[in-house]
Design a protein around this ligand. Structure first.
Ligand SMILES: Cc1cc2nc3c(=O)[nH]c(=O)nc-3n(C[C@H](O)[C@H](O)[C@H](O)COP(=O)(O)OP(=O)(O)OC[C@H]3O[C@@H](n4cnc5c(N)ncnc54)[C@H](O)[C@@H]3O)c2cc1C
Length: 392
């Protein structure tokens, strides 16, 4: 028993059978190669002006974009695990902490896969696959974040057009997006049931996009959007009119799980980098790893990551069977994003001053870990939703 225990390589958590399957492990190799070869060498450039079109085109060459687009439309037709695999690798790559959420756009692609019209699919799928169409999801507004369905942006019919007025904030890929799925109030009297999702394209008169300066994700694109009498055809509606809330709900569980996957990837990489550092760093005439405290901290980290991964893997089976519940994805988001932050905090401590330097991988990953507990449902919101079940 103890022999088997010792063989468990702390640097390789992937020795166990992949929960994603063989095809997805090949996809993972492509995403990892993309980050190692294309993003890591350029992350400092991105800090100046954000990710550029060239890197999106590169992502397309590696087959990373539009993975869920069905084969009938020229896509790979991969299952939705591709979203989680890409997110895990985004977390695993220290440059992912700089680049932000930039390749995780298949959550948006799914709106068209699930609800798009034939014309929308024919128009956008080829552009998504080639890296010529950056997508963004515009829900959040300055006055409606956690309560996103309280959005104030309106869309009013005028002849064969929608006229949209309002604004959106903190939108991933927002300043560069070519296509934004804008959550609009189309029947204010119906409240959350009166929301629709309408496509707005870059360059539409009255539509302006601004890049925001952020604490982490310094090379990423978090944007603010302004819609001032923006006119788009009625055919830009995605899914049923007043049906946005029911379209968002199934995607939200997936969105939460991609955040969770990112947490696992980041925690694992931070652990690996820190273990290696502790084995090499010398102080007081010995290695950092020779202090019992260091080994205890690392052992706790490794244990927590493995337990977290086991929970995550159990949920993947439910995703595959379409039986995952909102409560389960919320629990995973609460637990794993906090695990990531705890892990990174401990890693910073073990690296010492180096990890306080801006260009250190652990420093960048630490900052990126912080936002994971806020977006796609803040920890408190998840706990609130979970806790309300006890009142029934
Ligand atoms: C980097 C980044 C990328 C983002 N990308 C997108 C995107 O692509 N598209 C998009 O639409 N939005 C995006 N967002 C917005 C994100 O979803 C919101 O920031 C999030 O929903 C929280 O909303 P808020 O910031 O307005 O905070 P608020 O809603 O004001 O919440 C503030 C705090 O209140 C507390 N709180 C919230 N709800 C409860 C509750 N029920 N009980 C008790 N306490 C509670 C929590 O501590 C929470 O952090 C992004 C945000 C960031 C930072």
């Amino acid at each position: 028993m103890s022999g088997r225990f010792l063989k468990l390589d702390p640097r390789n958590f992937e020795t166990e059978e992949s929960p994603y399957g063989e095809e997805m492990e090949m996809f993972r190799n492509s995403v990892r190669a993309f980050f190692d070869r294309e993003v890591e060498p350029r992350y400092r450039d991105f800090e100046v002006s954000g990710t550029d079109r060239a890197i999106w085109k590169k992502a397309a060459e590696y087959g990373i974009l539009g993975a869920t687009i069905p084969e009938a439309y020229g896509g790979p037709g991969a299952n939705r695990f591709s979203i989680m695999v890409a997110a895990e690798e985004l977390g695993y790559a220290p440059s992912g902490a700089t680049a932000g959420s930039f390749i995780g756009t298949d959550i948006c692609t799914n709106f068209l896969v699930d609800f798009g019209t034939e014309a929308q699919r024919r128009k956008y799928f080829p552009l998504i696959l080639s890296g010529d169409c950056i997508q963004a999801m515009g829900m959040t507004e300055a006055e409606s974040g956690s309560d996103a369905f309280a959005a104030r942006t309106t869309a009013v019919r005028d002849g064969d057009e929608w006229v949209i007025n309002g604004s959106k904030i903190y939108i991933s890929n927002g300043s560069k997006a070519d296509l934004v799925y804008v959550l609009c109030k189309t029947a204010p009297e119906l409240k959350a049931k009166g929301l629709s999702m309408i496509i707005v394209e870059k360059g539409t008169p009255g539509f302006t996009q601004r890049r925001m300066i952020t604490q982490g994700y310094k090379g990423g694109d978090t944007g603010e959007l302004f819609l001032d009498d923006v006119r788009v055809p009625l055919s830009n509606l995605v899914g049923p009119e007043n049906g946005a809330a029911s379209m968002f709900v199934p995607n939200m569980a997936l969105d939460r799980l991609q955040i969770v996957a990112r947490s696992i990837g980041a925690a694992q990489r931070a652990f690996e980098l820190t273990l290696e550092h502790c084995q090499n760093r010398r102080l007081f005439g010995q290695r950092l790893i020779d202090f019992q405290n260091t080994r205890f901290v690392l052992a706790q980290m490794e244990t927590e990551i493995r337990v977290g991964r086991a929970f995550y893997n159990s949920l993947l089976r439910k995703v595959a069977n379409d039986t995952i519940t909102d409560a389960e994805s919320s629990m995973a988001k609460i637990w794993l994003t906090e695990l990531e932050f705890r892990t990174l905090d401990n890693c910073v401590q073990l690296w010492g001053g180096q990890a306080w330097m801006d260009d250190h991988p652990i420093s960048r990953m630490f900052t990126a870990a912080r936002v994971q507990r806020i977006f796609a449902g803040a920890t408190e919101l998840m706990k609130d939703v979970l806790g309300r079940r006890y009142l029934k």
